[in-house]
Design a binder for this molecule. Sequence first.
Ligand code: FES
Length: 230
Amino acid sequence: MSNDKTPRTPQEYEILTGGGAENAELARKSLSRRQFLRTGVGVGLGIFGAEAVALGLTFIYPFVTGSFGGKIKLSKKSNYPAALPQDFDMENGKGVFYESLAQSYIVHLAADTPWLMSGQQLADTLASEWIVQDSDGTFWLAIWQRCVHLGCKFNFNTDCHSFKCPCHGSHYNVDGEWLSGPAPRSNDRFQINVSGDTVVVDTGKLNNRTQHPSPTTLLLTELQVQFKCQ
Ligand code: FES
């Protein structure tokens, strides 16, 4: 007994109907229609899936836009509370924040940060190290996650209140200044711009010229001893 829902090849249709080329062609077209419908449903599901992924990424990165190699607009400023170096805590969002899209640690230092220099010397050093002062007196810095020794990704160690590289132990202060280890200079940093409530990191502009600090050019004291960092 025939079953209309059973797909048949043109050859089967020809045998069952005793038809010739015309019936076979009709069967072939019927199969093509089914294949077309299946393909259409597949494409539709694919588009739906892509949109669902895009929506999910919007939730993961609710405000961060752009792509690495260019300008990346970060979340609004209030999502990056400033802190003094000794209060930096990445897990609890104080002073230091990781932005994967920018491959950067965003550092936001309080207005009363105890810099070791002042006046024009401080202004010149901050400018040369791409540390930007905001209109509220706080300071911003975008440190590239790539260790300047051999390129490993380093981490912020909240217990040490500083950055530590897991590969060969290079150690950097909260402002990216070299403290110890084989790294040949301080951390590289991207250009960061703050205006109104907007923070933009330009990952196409890299400052890789910050040398090891000397006792006269050091910006911040090392907290390693104070916090017994290993
Ligand atoms: S790559 Fe970081 S210390 Fe060697």
